[in-house]
Write a protein that binds this ligand. Structure first.
Ligand code: SAM
Length: 253
């Protein structure tokens, strides 16, 4: 069974759902953070900064696909990217990103509406292709990743993996459906390896355990963060633990 056939909603149905469900627009200067939003923000920033440690971003042109309202694009610009082209399929997200662009004076941010699986750019237009937490919303990973390889010389992906812990939680009925009704199309390492090999790209991968907690208890969040720090010191040294707990990965090539 192919990847798209195994999903309950068809590939085109998923794209329509994605395009319509992110309603926007958000005013980025008036955002009040709850404990769970701050927790998610800390992880987001940690993951983006972790993948920038070894990459030479300064002055580079970046295509940032599935960016939503543009937070990571803003972070990339603040860390020295020369220009960022934000791509998203949802008009609501682009409206929010436009508010962000004007409120925060992001002159080098351009917004484009298109499908990640059919990018509207010529080959080798960008230095870096960047996708964060969006590949699991795309029906066909091979098409989306191949498109980023086509338009960018280097790629960085941050996304959720189908690790053993997640599979177990799915069996218990948890995390099977996204808030908008789509089924998460999590990355499988074997699939990613095949796509990279097909394009003759070297793959570098680092796993992280990002506890999937969406509650607002400050006490629980602090315990969870401490626990995850311990697990995360062990993952780089253990292939087995990475396969069990590595629910998020930074993949580059
Ligand atoms: C979970 S959000 C991720 C947003 C942001 N990257 C982040 O980490 O917060 C997924 C984004 O992917 C976009 N998206 C979904 N399917 C897409 C497609 N086929 N092409 C382009 N963007 C898509 C959605 O509109 C949404 O903004």
């Amino acid at each position: 069974m192919s990847e798209s056939e195994s999903n309950h909603i068809s590939a085109e149905g998923t794209k329509i759902l994605e395009s319509e469900s992110w309603s926007g627009p958000l005013d980025h200067d008036n955002k009040v953070n709850s404990a769970k939003e701050s927790y998610a923000d800390r992880w987001d920033e940690f993951l983006v900064l972790s993948c920038l440690i070894n990459s030479d971003l300064v002055g580079k042109s970046v295509v940032n696909v599935g960016v939503g309202h543009g937070k990571e694009a803003e972070l990339l610009l603040s860390k020295g990217a020369g220009s960022v082209v934000l791509v998203d399929i949802a008009p609501g997200q682009l409206k929010s990103a436009l508010i962000r662009k004007y409120q925060h004076g992001l002159d080098n941010l351009e917004l484009v509406r298109c499908d990640a699986e059919r990018l509207c750019f010529k080959d080798h237009t960008f230095d870096i292709g960047f996708i964060k937490m969006a590949l699991h919303h795309f029906p066909n990973h091979c098409s989306a990743i191949s498109e980023v390889f086509r338009v960018a010389d280097k790629v960085v992906f941050i996304d959720i993996m189908n690790c053993s812990l997640t599979k177990f939680l799915n069996k218990l009925g948890l995390f099977r459906v996204e808030w908008n009704g789509s089924e998460p199309n999590r990355l499988k390492i074997e699939e990613v390896e095949k796509i990279f090999a097909h394009h003759r790209r070297n793959l570098t991968i680092s796993y992280y355990f990002v506890p999937p907690y969406y509650g607002d208890s400050v006490a629980l969040l602090s315990i969870i963060e401490r626990m995850s720090r311990i697990v995360n010191t062990m993952l780089p040294r253990s292939h087995t633990l990475s396969r069990i707990f590595g629910n998020v990965a930074i993949i580059s090539g």
